[in-house]
Structure formats: structure tokens, C-alpha cells
Write a protein that binds this ligand. Structure first.
Ligand SMILES: CCCCCCCC/C=C\CCCCCCCCCCCC(=O)SCCNC(=O)CCNC(=O)[C@H](O)C(C)(C)COP(=O)(O)OP(=O)(O)OC[C@H]1O[C@@H](n2cnc3c(N)ncnc32)[C@H](O)[C@@H]1OP(=O)(O)O
Ligand SMILES: Cc1cc2nc3c(=O)[nH]c(=O)nc-3n(C[C@H](O)[C@H](O)[C@H](O)COP(=O)(O)OP(=O)(O)OC[C@H]3O[C@@H](n4cnc5c(N)ncnc54)[C@H](O)[C@@H]3O)c2cc1C
Length: 681
């Protein structure tokens, strides 16, 4: 394991970080703020009590030196990143238990997995994340009462540690094409798990490499000689005492990645590995002892855990973005560069309108995502309760909106974080800014849990169905109500309401255009699948437009109806952010507005002017707004974004952590450089 580093002293003591000293520019910014930042923090937490709980929780975890890194993970080897991640993940479990036993306010590991507290403690990922995010939820969602009674307590207590093994080397998206088989033998009442090809090796599951001793394995079920499609099975991977792989189980880790290097993603293959019949998760479909197959009410219920994770990802993105934009805004208040007026002192870079444009729409995006995530979470809970009561009617709508929100929230957040990095100039490129690691964590979410293009195509599929219903005059579900062919579209009026209405018109126009393309494709002799493929660029675009209409609608609705308790000063700032989010996206989609909403050139100019006005209005509150996210320095984890703004001192301090600075002359000098310097070629 990496030891403590010798070189921690900065070369000159007067450039060391001074506890309690706050950068004067940041102090001035905080004085300018027009609203009460604590009021906003309370709103974000969902009330004073929840705020206090969070503070208590953060204190409990973040003041524990065992959970803080001596060495930043980016300076560790891949193996040490895992070791360090696992050590902390296990310690966290112990500490959580301690907190619960003392009547603490945390009831499960969940609050430690998301984008803020979790990523502060385990910056590079948590090898137990999949156990909590997918293994336990799959047991809960797909197990019979008996299976739940047997497995869930063991799993909560970490007496078994699991993962979710679905993706294979050859298939990630197309899960109906998975190759792993589970073949039932009624004589022994066992399933035999087998990996018939190299492409059937499971590939990617988090914690699979060296951590998990069990997995939910998704495999093609064969019984009585017939294949019934993919089903989930609980499979023991490692011996409970020795942790050695079970006979016939081939398991390992897949190697370093762009980010998330402590998550211990693994590979897995089986050579006819037997498991008892009662380890098929049988809440939905069953295999009876004699091998008779009993169908599920819907084969899509097997996809329930993916749906759950897509829902929580949206919330997770808002947390990551709050962190990144806090770093960039604080740095932009401290950093001074160039001359705005020749001869005058260098302004704070945040005074450049282009810098405001880079950052403020992303402060607004945190709220836009939060409000949509909250709505989606509520819908998820309603729909799952209904499914448990046998009513599956709303499942397609939940699937459709979860897919596009997952895709749009992850793509927007990745773009936003990269923009935050660019907004910090060269220093944003440093690992110690924490922007590269944050980007690494976030960009993964565009791929995992359903690759984004594929997710948008799922939504597009639902939109095409909704359009056909609308044309037939049938009733539509709330998220696609705007497709109603009798709906009167309101004319453009240079207001934020008009923008939100405009996004609906755009989505409706694009959906109709896709339907026409599909129809023309088929009329021209293409099969419906070929026509779909030909229209797919348009379809993805229509799904994104639908999602944007949903997000802006939700955001405006919250500002109009969900903030009555807030002070007028704060409501005004919240309304500015909502307007900015809407105008920002309207201007990014000017072509669409011109095409579908009957706006004219001068309306675009009005939007541009209004965007500039909003940026200037938000400017004095920018630091206050990010302070309101109330992210502790340990969570920010950045030399550029700490509360005190001692940016240059922290950059120097973090450079001194590099092992290359441990000695005045590095060993490599003797090993290679000295010879080169002396060589006479
Ligand atoms: C209790 C414990 C608490 C713990 C809480 C923890 C909370 C933590 C908080 C924050 C943490 C955040 C996250 C942290 C870290 C996460 C770590 C990374 C995890 C990554 C894990 C993975 O990636 S697992 C693997 C995921 N894999 C995928 O997503 C595969 C994607 N592919 C698919 O989903 C499908 O194959 C497909 C949808 C693309 C296509 O499926 P299929 O071929 O079967 O369908 P069709 O296209 O033919 O469509 C048929 C029909 O079905 C409809 N449909 C498809 N899917 C669904 C669904 N899920 N639900 C409902 N309906 C569905 C489809 O729309 C079609 O409908 P039609 O009516 O016929 O049109
Ligand atoms: C960090 C990380 C963690 C992960 N953790 C897990 C885990 O714990 N458990 C697990 O089982 N899996 C996990 N995965 C796997 C993940 O779910 C898959 O990578 C994901 O579903 C995408 O599948 P794929 O990699 O096969 O991509 P592919 O499906 O091969 O996609 C490649 C390209 O093909 C395109 N494409 C594919 N199908 C279509 C289509 N129908 N129409 C149009 N375009 C298409 C995609 O848009 C993409 O551009 C993880 C992945 C990552 C990156």
C-alpha cells in the first residue's frame, strides 16, 4: 500500500494554506448576495430537519481520518486504488452500523453511494456499490417472499456480497441476445450455469473482480428442452470461508478504465456450475420442481432493477453537477486574468460574459435536473406500488420517461462538467481540481445502465405509439399529452411560458416528422425495421426534444407552484435560474424554434438580449448560489473550489504530494537521464 509521502512541505512557508483565511474576492462576492443562502440550503435539503440530519451525517463520516486519503487516489497504482477503496467501503459499513445502533439518522448505505458524500469518501468509486445499488434491489424486486426472507438480511449484513452480472463481452445493449445459459435438470432440481463462448463471458459488473462472493446472473433459461428467455439467478461465485472461486467459476477483474478505478469491475464465466432450483428469482416467472415453466405477467419485469437505477442516476447527476459548478464558480471569482479595460487591473474572470455563459446555465441545470429527478422518483414509487398490486398499465410510460431522462441528464452533466473544466483554464486540467475525476465518474453514466442513444430510441418507440394514439383520438398519458391533435398551440409571446410551450411544439413537430419518415420509408418498400433505422437520427432527436419539453415544464411548474414558502428575494433568483435554463436551451435550439414555433429573427435577438440580462442579474448571486449547495471542502475535493478560495496555495500544496517531488534529485536521474546528458553522440 502506498505509504505517507515525505514531501508535504511547500517550498516557502508563507505560501502555505492558512486555516481560516478567506480570499478577499470571495468575501466580497458573499457580501453581494441578495438572498439568504441558508434558506436555499434548507429548501434543497427538503426542510430544516433534513438539513440537520445531513450535517450530522457529514460530520460523522467526514471528520473520521480513516476515511480521508493520505494520498490522492490518482497517485496510486490501480491495485492500490482498489485496496484503498475496499478498505474504506468496509470501514464505512462498520461505521454505519455504529451510527445506526446509536440512533443515528442514516438507515442504509444508500446515502453513501450517490454523487456527493459517497464520491467524497470514495472518489474513484466504491467496490460495494453494486451490492447496494443492484444486488439488493434485485433480490427485493424479483425475489419471492421466501427468497427475500432468506437473502435480504444476509445481504444487508454483508454476510454475502453480491453484484449484478448481466452484460457480456458480446452483448450489453441487446440483452435478449445474452448467451449465458441456465439449464434446469428436474432430476437433481438444479440449474446448471454455463458460458458456451468467449462472447458469453460476463464483463463489467462492479465489485465482481475480487469483492463479490455472490451475483445475480442474468441468463437464458432452458427447461424441458425449451428456451424461455433471460431470467435472474443467484449464483455463488466464491467460497464463503476461503473466498476462492467456486468450482467451475472463472472470475477476475477487467483492468484500468477512464475513471471509477476502485469499482473492481470484473469478468465471469461458468463451466456447468450447479445451483439449487430456489436460486432462480421467482417473483415473476417460475420453474416448478418438475421443470414446468410458469410465465411472468410481463417479461419486462425482469428489467426492473435497471429501471430503478436509471431513476436514481438522474438525482446522482444533479449532485455531481452541483459539485463541479461550485468548483468552477468559486475559482472564477478568485481567478483574475487579462484586461477588460486597457490599463485597469485584471478583472475576476467571472466578470467576462462568456464565463458567466459557461457557468450560470449549469447552476440552473442542477435545479432543472433535481426537479425532474424528484418527479421521476415519485412516479417510480407510484408505479412500482401499482405493479405489486398487479396493475402494469403505467409501466411503459415510466420506462419511456426514465430512459430519456437518464440519457439527457447524463449527457448534459458530462458536457457541463467538461465546460466547467474548460472554464478553469489550465488548472482545470489538473487532477487536483477534481474535475477530471468527476468527469470520469459522470461520463460512465452515459454508457452504463443503457447506452444513451439506445435509451433515447426506447423513448422514441413510445412516442411513435403515442402519436398513433393521438391521431386515432385516443386518450394520452400526461407526459405526452401535448401530442393531442385537438390541442391548441399558443402563439409565440416572448415569455418563458412561450419557450416551454415552444419545446412542446418542437417535440410534437419532430414526432410527427418521424412518423411521416417511417410511413414514407415503408411506402418506399423498406421493411418497418429498415425504415426505423433510416429514421433513427430523427427519432433520437425527437426523444431529446420530448425530454427537454418535460424538463422545462417541470422546472417552470416548480418555480410557479412549488416555492410558495420561500422568501420573495429567493423566489426571484429561482425564477431567474429557471428562465435562464429555458432561454439557454431555446437559443441552442434556435433552428427548431424557427422551424416549429413561428418565431422571427427579432424574437431570437430578444432571447439573446434576455439571456445576457439574466446572466448579469445572476452574477452577484453566483457565489451565494453555489455556497447554498453547502458542499463541504471534503466533498468538493478540489484545490480550485474550496470555501476559502486559497487556490494557489492549494495547487502548490497538492503538487508537493507528488512522489516525484520527494527528493531533490529523482532516482530516474541515475537510471537514465545522467547517461543521456553525458553521452557524446
Ligand atoms: C434498497 C437498496 C437501496 C440502494 C439504493 C442506492 C441508491 C444510490 C444512489 C445513487 C447511486 C447512483 C448510481 C451509482 C453507481 C451505479 C453503478 C453502475 C451501475 C451500472 C450497472 C449496469 O450497467 S447493469 C447493465 C445495464 N444494462 C442495460 O441497461 C441494458 C440496456 N438494454 C435494455 O435495457 C434492453 O435490452 C432494451 C430496452 C434496449 C431493449 O430490450 P428488448 O430487446 O427486450 O426490448 P425491445 O426493444 O424489443 O422492446 C420490447 C418492449 O419492451 C419495452 N421495454 C423495454 N425495456 C423495458 C423496461 N425496462 N420496462 C418496461 N418496458 C420495457 C419496450 O419499450 C418495448 O415496448 P413496446 O410496447 O413493444 O414498444
Ligand atoms: C463503468 C461501467 C460500469 C458497468 N457496470 C455494469 C454492471 O455492474 N453490470 C452489468 O451487467 N453491466 C455493467 N456495465 C455494462 C453496461 O451496462 C453496458 O456497457 C451498456 O449497457 C452498453 O452496452 P455495450 O457496452 O454492449 O454497448 P453496445 O451496445 O455495443 O453499444 C455500442 C454502440 O452501438 C450503438 N448501438 C447498440 N445497439 C443499438 C441499437 N439498437 N440502435 C442503435 N444503436 C445501437 C450504441 O448507441 C453505441 O454507440 C457497465 C459499464 C460501464 C461503462
Amino acid at each position: 500500500m502506498f505509504g505517507r509521502l515525505a514531501a508535504k512541505q511547500v517550498p516557502n512557508k508563507e505560501y502555505a494554506v492558512v486555516p481560516g483565511k478567506v480570499n478577499p474576492d470571495l468575501q466580497r462576492e458573499r457580501k453581494k448576495c441578495t438572498f439568504d443562502t441558508l434558506e436555499l440550503t434548507h429548501f434543497l435539503d427538503g426542510g430544516v430537519e433534513k438539513y440537520k440530519d445531513r450535517k450530522e451525517r457529514e460530520n460523522f463520516f467526514l471528520s473520521d481520518p480513516e476515511l480521508m486519503d493520505d494520498v490522492p487516489p490518482e497517485l496510486m497504482s490501480h491495485e492500490d486504488q482498489y485496496r484503498n477503496g475496499l478498505k474504506k467501503a468496509c470501514y464505512l459499513f462498520k461505521k454505519l452500523k455504529e451510527l445506526r445502533e446509536n440512533g443515528g439518522t442514516i438507515d442504509n448505505y444508500r446515502q453513501l453511494l450517490g454523487g456527493s458524500l459517497g464520491s467524497a469518501i470514495l472518489k474513484d468509486g466504491n467496490p460495494l456499490a453494486l451490492h447496494y445499488v443492484m444486488f439488493i434491489p434485485t433480490l427485493m424486486g424479483q425475489g419471492t417472499p421466501d427468497q427475500c426472507a432468506y437473502w435480504i438480511e444476509k445481504a444487508w449484513d454483508c454476510r454475502v456480497i453480491g453484484t449484478y452480472a448481466q452484460t457480456e463481452l458480446g452483448h450489453g445493449t441487446f440483452i435478449r441476445g445474452l448467451e449465458t445459459t441456465a439449464t434446469y435438470n428436474p432430476k437433481t432440481q438444479q440449474f446448471f450455469l454455463n458460458s458456451p463462448t468467449l462472447t458469453s463471458y460476463k464483463w463489467w459488473p462492479g465489485g465482481l473482480g475480487q469483492t463479490a462472493n455472490y451475483a445475480v446472473v442474468v441468463a437464458q433459461l432452458y427447461t424441458k428442452g425449451e428456451c424461455h428467455g433471460i431470467h435472474p439467478f443467484i449464483v455463488q461465485l466464491r467460497d464463503e470461508k476461503t473466498h476462492r472461486p467456486m468450482p467451475g467459476v472463472i472470475v477476475g477483474e477487467i483492468g484500468p478504465k477512464l475513471g471509477m478505478n476502485a469499482t473492481n469491475n470484473g469478468f465471469l464465466a461458468f463451466k456447468q456450475v450447479p445451483i439449487p432450483r430456489n436460486q432462480m428469482l421467482m417473483k415473476n416467472a417460475q420453474v416448478l420442481p418438475d421443470g414446468t415453466y410458469v410465465k411472468s405477467p410481463s417479461n419486462k419485469l425482469t428489467y426492473g432493477t435497471m429501471m430503478f437505477v436509471r431513476v436514481v442516476i438522474v438525482q446522482d447527476m444533479a449532485s455531481y453537477l452541483a459539485k463541479a459548478v461550485t468548483i468552477a464558480v468559486r475559482y472564477s471569482a478568485v481567478r483574475r486574468q487579462s484586461e477588460m479595460v486597457p490599463g485597469q487591473s485584471e478583472p475576476q474572470i467571472m466578470d467576462y460574459l462568456t464565463q458567466m455563459y459557461k457557468l450560470f446555465p449549469y447552476i440552473a441545470t442542477v435545479y432543472a435536473l433535481k426537479f425532474s429527478a424528484q418527479w421521476l422518483w415519485n412516479m417510480y414509487n407510484d408505479v412500482t406500488a401499482k405493479i405489486d398490486a398487479g396493475d402494469l398499465e403505467l409501466l411503459p410510460e415510466l420506462h419511456s420517461i426514465a430512459c430519456c431522462l437518464k440519457a439527457v441528464s447524463t449527457a448534459d452533466t458530462a458536457t457541463a462538467i467538461e465546460t466547467c473544466r474548460l472554464s478553469c483554464g489550465g488548472h482545470g486540467y489538473m487532477a487536483c481540481s477534481n474535475l477530471p475525476t468527476t468527469y470520469g465518474n459522470v461520463t460512465a453514466a452515459s454508457t452504463y445502465e443503457g447506452e444513451n442513444t439506445v435509451m433515447l430510441l426506447q423513448t422514441a418507440r413510445a412516442l411513435m405509439k403515442a402519436y398513433a394514439k393521438a391521431q386515432a383520438g385516443e386518450q394520452l398519458s400526461p407526459t405526452v399529452e401535448y401530442l393531442n391533435r385537438n390541442r391548441k398551440f399558443r402563439p409565440w409571446s416572448n415569455t418563458v411560458d412561450s419557450i416551454v410551450e415552444g419545446f412542446k411544439q418542437i417535440a410534437a413537430g419532430k414526432v410527427a416528422a418521424c412518423a411521416l419518415s417511417l410511413q414514407r420509408g415503408v411506402e418506399s418498400g423498406l421493411s418497418s425495421e429498415e425504415a426505423w433505422n433510416r429514421a433513427s437520427v430523427q427519432l433520437v432527436d425527437a426523444a431529446e426534444a420530448h425530454c427537454r419539453a418535460f424538463i422545462t415544464d417541470r422546472h417552470l411548474d416548480m418555480v410557479r407552484n412549488g416555492m410558495n414558502e420561500l422568501s420573495p428575494a429567493l423566489r426571484e433568483v429561482m425564477a431567474q435560474l429557471c428562465d435562464l435554463y429555458c432561454v439557454f436551451w431555446a437559443l441552442k435550439r434556435t433552428g427548431d424554434f424557427l422551424q416549429f414555433c413561428g418565431i422571427r429573427g427579432e424574437d431570437v435577438q430578444n432571447l439573446q438580449d434576455y439571456q445576457n440580462e439574466l446572466l448579469v442579474q445572476i452574477r452577484p448571486n453566483a457565489v451565494g448560489l453555489v455556497d447554498s449547495f453547502d458542499l463541504r471542502d471534503e466533498i468538493i475535493g478540489s484545490a480550485l473550489g474550496s470555501y476559502d478560495g486559497q487556490v494557489y496555495e492549494r495547487l502548490l500544496q497538492s503538487a508537493m504530494l507528488s512522489p516525484l517531488n520527494a527528493k531533490p534529485v529523482h532516482d530516474s536521474y541515475g537510471a537514465s537521464l545522467s547517461a543521456l546528458l553525458r553521452a557524446k553522440y
